[in-house]
Design a protein around this ligand. Structure first.
Ligand SMILES: C[S@@+](CC[C@H](N)C(=O)[O-])C[C@H]1O[C@@H](n2cnc3c(N)ncnc32)[C@H](O)[C@@H]1O
Length: 277
């Protein structure tokens, strides 16, 4: 589909923009099936086989497994350190129907039609070839199986009140995503992807993560500032997009934003469900 070709990056060569610092991990670990994955709840049944593509810290994979007794949830991620804690949690809490595996979502290590449900959250927007991954997900799904997708769409985000420093910080983030070949507004394309791969589109919804209290804003800004200093600053410096110390100034501006009694922050997501015909 569109301009994707086979010569473009794979997991081995692709620069994953968010990296693996504690800031980004903190965000993902907090995701639960009840909230972040609620749109999947009607499809989770005992005995089903589910694949979570790009599972990260695996909080969603574990939640899926716990809702599918007698079934199995498998999390695949290119970076095994991401799901190490989830493996320990599963062992300690007797969750014996979950597995985690290092693997590349461009080349899933499964035969055709292996799963009843194939899922990806916050992955397609971090890939140069999202449609190639949808095709892989479709391949490993059994006929009449379900694909569940959730993706952020940064063009729907809202921060108020902004100032030039914060605007510059946001602009750098959008620029690095584009530089790494990733789609910052991937959410709006989920329906298109499901349609193009040949699924019956069952539902498409928008949702938001919002922070409106001082506590929520401080927590958000804390994780965001860690992501900036742990992962993004080095990329910006290498590309000559910022000066040493500049990201510290951005961090102070974000802290002031969080303390501003007028402040609100809203992140936009799209979630979609399709059925393989
Ligand atoms: C933003 S995290 C999302 C994690 C989790 N799905 C969630 O929503 O909390 C994206 C994950 O995709 C993984 N990833 C990126 N490219 C991948 C690839 N080609 N193959 C496998 N995993 C990949 C990253 O390692 C990272 O853990």
């Amino acid at each position: 589909m569109d301009n994707e070709t086979e010569s473009l990056p794979t997991a081995d060569s692709e620069n994953y923009t968010l990296g693996y610092g504690d800031g980004a991990m903190g965000w993902m670990k907090a995701r639960t099936v009840e909230k972040h994955g609620a749109f999947m709840l009607p499809w989770l049944k005992p005995g089903l086989q589910l694949l979570d593509c790009g599972c990260g810290p695996g909080s969603l994979t574990l939640g899926f497994a716990q809702r599918m007794p007698g079934g199995r949830a498998v999390g695949v991620d290119r970076e095994p350190s991401q799901f190490a804690e989830a493996q320990v949690y599963a062992a300690e809490h007797g969750v014996d129907n979950v597995e985690f595996l290092q693997g590349d979502v461009y080349q899933l290590p499964y035969a055709d039609a292996s799963f009843d449900i194939v899922f990806a959250s916050a992955v397609l927007g971090s890939l140069a070839r999202p449609y190639a991954v949808i095709e892989e997900m479709y391949r490993v799904l059994r006929p009449s199986g379900i694909i569940g997708l959730k993706e952020f769409d940064h063009q729907g985000d809202l921060f108020y009140p902004l100032n030039p420093v914060l605007e510059h910080s946001l602009e750098l983030y959008m620029r690095i995503r584009a530089h790494n070949g990733h789609e910052p507004a991937g959410g709006r394309r989920l329906k298109e992807f499901l349609h193009e791969v040949g699924c019956e589109v069952l539902s498409v919804d928008a949702s938001t993560d919002q922070r409106t209290t001082r506590e929520e804003l401080m927590a958000f800004v804390g994780l965001n500032n860690r992501l900036q200093s742990e992962v993004l600053e080095a990329q910006y410096l290498e590309l000559g997009w910022c000066q040493p110390g500049e990201i510290d100034e951005h961090a102070k501006a974000w802290e002031a934003f969080a303390r501003d009694p007028r402040a609100i922050s809203v992140s936009a997501w799209i979630q979609a469900v399709g059925r393989k015909l």
